[in-house]
Structures are given as C-alpha cells and as structure tokens.
Design a protein. Structure first.
Length: 119
C-alpha cells in the first residue's frame, strides 16, 4: 500500500486540473542508479498499464508496476515546500539510506524524472 499525504494529494489534484486530466493518476516507480541504489520517479499517467497495482489514497489514484511495488510497499508520497519552490518526495521505510534529495517529477510524457547524480 502506498499513501499520499493530504498536502501532496491537493497539489496533485491541482496539477491534474491544470492539465485537464482529472481522471488520471500518478505513476510511482523506482529506477536503478542514484546514490542510494535507487531513484524514485513520479509522473502523471492517464491509466494503469498491464500488471500495474492500483491504489487510491486521499482521492489520488496511484499506479505502480510489479517491479517497483516490491520496493515501495508502505511508502508515502509527500509534498515539501522549500526555498527554491516545492517538490514531491517519497518517504520509503524500506530504503536503507537516502541521499537527501527528493525526486523531482515532470508531467511531460516520457520525460525522465529524478535528479541525475554524478557521485
């Protein structure tokens, strides 16, 4: 199960409304690489794909592929306001270490999400 905080939910609802995609959901996924072994990605998606797990939290539909779900059980999507603007972060109880950067996400179809790290 993946949770979306109420703060993140209202922000996602705003985004979906802006793009006239009220019926879409949020895809949450894990990519290899990054300083803690994984990077998280978030993107707006029209509907679930084959094999996706679908959750609903605070009115937001979440799509998670079968591989990512193993790493994301119990994770929480939150929205954090920072000096440079807000961003979505994923709090994951399964992650052993984090590198202190939230995943940024883009709503453009097929654009890469997350930060490129060169450690």
């Amino acid at each position: 199960m993946i949770n979306v905080t109420s703060g993140a939910a209202s922000k996602i609802t705003e985004l979906l409304a802006e793009e006239q995609k009220q019926n879409s959901g949020l895809r949450v996924f894990v990519q290899g690489g990054g300083c803690s072994g994984f990077q998280y990605g978030l993107m707006i998606e029209e509907g679930e794909g084959v094999g996706d797990q679908v959750f609903e939290s605070n009115g937001i539909r979440l799509f998670v592929d079968p591989i990512s779900i193993r790493y994301l059980k119990g994770a929480e999507v939150d929205f954090v306001e920072t000096v440079t603007g807000g961003g979505f972060t994923i709090k994951n109880p399964n992650a052993v270490s984090t590198c202190g950067c939230g995943s940024s996400f883009t709503t453009e179809e097929g654009a890469a999400a997350g930060h490129g790290h060169s450690h």
